[in-house]
Design a protein around this ligand. Sequence first.
Ligand code: SAH
Ligand code: SF4
Length: 398
Amino acid sequence: MNVNPAPLALSEPAPRSLAGAQGVLVGLSKAELAEVMTALGEKPFRAKQVWHWIYHRGATSFGEMTDLGKELRAKLENNYTVGRPAIAREQTSTDRTRKWLMAFADGQKAETVFIPEEDRGAVCISSQVGCTLTCRFCHTGTQRLVRNLTAGEIVGQFMVARDSYGEWPTPTDERRMLSNIVMMGMGEPLYNFENVAKALKIIMADDGIALGKRRITLSTSGVVPEIRRCGAELGVNLAISLHAPDDDTRTAIMPINKKYPLKELMAACREYPGLNNARRITFEYVMLKGINDTLQHARALVKLVAGIPAKFNLIPFNPWPGSAYECSDEATVNAFSDALYSAGYTATVRTPRGRDILAACGQLRTDSERLSAKEQRLRDEQERKIAEDAWQEKEAAL
Ligand code: SAH
Ligand code: SF4
């Protein structure tokens, strides 16, 4: 495994100004934006122009919107902000993965990660500050839920990532560096369905950011009723954090399984619209040593998903300070993957990215209490040290 706790490229840009008490435009639907224009005494079509500036051109201020009259720009400036989250911290891993700690108008924070490939890449977006669920292997799960993120805060994370790579205006051909979105950051997106759906509709709108539904994957721990809504209203790709093939094992590591056991979860998966061989559900499976990683587990998985167009994504467990599990060893992961392949399923092993900056799956966490910049730095430094030590130990053992 390629884990190299090399020195960090850490930079701390000055936070941009926060939104204050003004209204925020990012996150409004087209109809709501038209209402804003009407309230300002303008014709609703002005909303189209503003939308284009914000989501196609990436404008961060009204001053840039040169085809709006001076008077309208002044009115907008006095009453609204475009409404990007501020960057409280930006870190870039030795493997080029980039992580931002975003600060929202009320001071709450969440993390966003960009995972670059050769000529494309996925932005991993958070849906909540913290999480109500307590999956035992997940760092975010140790943090209390503070609040849901708004639609604007969800869209804003993607926009800040695009700012960082200068990917504005929205590329009109297929080539984009920030080519995909995975709703796999902090929080359970289906426990914040309204805001997530509103945000994704804004992101998908073809006269703005224009990212198609095939390029968006929503990951859920299995909130069954909302899986149905997600399929009907959004039709994005679905990933299920499965992690175990039987109720006993799954309930022990994912308490949500008590509420929505596997039988119900699999029924919702079977009904997910638009599935076929080219469009499958991704079953995520974190490899936990001695817990869920035997060949019997693999065989039970194959039975469980029978009939569902499925692929597996095996995630080596990423440790975090205080975590109680170990990652299965490489031979076990490979044998598990082989067993799924020989049953006819794709079972890729996810390469951990950004472990040196705690940006890999399940490592995201922000402090629910607010700390001073100095306290935060100390805390980050301690956590980084603990994570590095854990990885050095693991590397030595492999
Ligand atoms: N709440 C949603 C979205 C988070 S996605 C969900 O649970 O699906 C993050 C993915 O990383 C999920 O599949 C999650 O189960 C997995 N994960 C959590 N902690 C992990 C860890 N320590 N190592 C590897 N994967 C982890
Ligand atoms: Fe929440 Fe997902 Fe982490 Fe579970 S794995 S605690 S649902 S963020």
